[in-house]
Design a protein. Sequence first.
Length: 605
Amino acid sequence: MQSNATPRWHSSKRSRRMAVVSYRWCFMLLSFAFVVVNCASATKYKQGENVPVYVNKVGPYGNTHETYHFYQLPICRPEKVIHKSLSLGQVLEGDRIAESNFRINFGIDERFRTLCGKYMISESDFNMLERAIEEQFYIELIVDDFRVRTFLGYVDEENNFPHSHKIFLYNNFIFIIEYNPDLQEIISVKLQSDVDSAKDMSTFEKNELEWFYSVHWTTTKQRVRQEEDKQAFFNARTMRIQWISVLNSALLVVLLVLLVGFILLSVVRRDLNRYNDVNEDELFLENGWKTISMDVFRTPSNASLFAAILGVGSQFIFLTMLILLLGSTNVVNVHRHGALNALAVIFYACTCGISGFVSARKYRQFDGRDWIKNVNLTTGLFTVPMFLVWALNNTFSWAYNSTQALPYTTVIALALLWLCVGYPLTVLGAAVGRNVSSRYSAPCRTRNVPRQLPALPWYHSPIFFGFLGGFLPFSAISVELYYVFSAVWGREVYVLFYILLIMFVIMAMVVATSSMALTYFQLNAEDYNWWWRSIFTGGALSVFVFFYGIFFYVYRSEMWGILQTTQFFSYLLLLCYMFFLIMGTVSFFASHSFVRFIYSNVKTD
């Protein structure tokens, strides 16, 4: 009989209304996301028509996520700075798009056109400009939705005696624009700094500045917009490297599948034949996985947390596959700036029902009673760490006056998204999962008193199993990790989502097969505590990813400074935590299927 203290969510009209409202919100959000992500279209211009030029952000080139507003630098601005409305993805990327003094007319060349005339700046602003050049600050402009960047200047330093340290300022920006005269559309935009006109800042008198810009138009027969940063990173050589990596990883999967297949078809079958021929008196003389049949399906400790991990891990598996499929099939334009962030946030909220369903279903199989605790644990398992990481980085960004600090309106919108969509869907998923499941049906009965565990050698320790379970999948994805990290923490744009999808499937298969093999060795050593071990075995991949992140930061990147370092390592920890949830879930379900298979085919009392 059901306790009165347990809420009957499934029979409540209120919960049904909540379901309708939540799913309506999800449908509206998803529709809005698809429209926003795919809304980019080429603009047709008439000869001499004004082409809008917006300024966006500036920052050290090596620190991708240390960005500041363009007008924080002492560069002349309009009398009234008018900001452009931004999408959710653009805000999350740290964009702050505003109108500028650049005037470009379609098809008309310009040469050394002054931006705003001569003007004076203070000594502190002059020193700020010098520091920005020394720190390799770039500026980002947006021309017809093309994002273009160039440096403010350069440092000429000679170590010979006498030592020379000169700072040069680029005061002439050159726009090179290709357009199709038949379509009357802009095909590509490049922004260059005029090296010949660079000025030695030590020669400036009275801190007087003047900026110029030039525009050079060229015709082309191309009919498709070309963005340079999306093409340069993946040239023929890098494509060969990536496909070789995919083939090597696929070969590893084949070898592991053959290994596990050998275990299943040979070793396990031999064990099954031997155990099924042994009578009850002879069983006491046997050893191996059959002898722990009455303990192997014992409910794991901390069942609510265990179920929550599987729920959130299942949600992230679905979410990752969904985003990679969309990126691979070009159903939505995930390459549009900020689109991937917006889709990830909205999809995360709309897939929270999966975590609630899987968690509650598993918790029900474990005969759990505290449903409210299970739901809250599930919904907070990733949300709380994500909030803490965001709060830390947002505080640092706010202290540095960086555009990475989210506006309060965006924070409120994200909070409402989680409160009105994410949390209700978790509750509804839990209600469904609880009522479609029954108690766990094990193929073997479980004894009341747990069997004493034998003393095990060091190579059966959780650390050694975790090393094997993490090293094998890491070796399959190590090459691809470089390109992913370079795209997230560098200036490259990742466009080969189909390769990333293939690598994700390969990684999951390696984790699954290695987990089944390691679980067999664990059970054969008469260690029946495989539930949590299977999660940690697959989740150990996250430790390797974390150490690779440290290697990337030290040897493969040019990141520096407190703000960027804090962002990198805090988000790296969050990424590794997500890896742990995903691969731990894959590992458990693979091991669980294997354990049920072998114990369902052996004679037990």
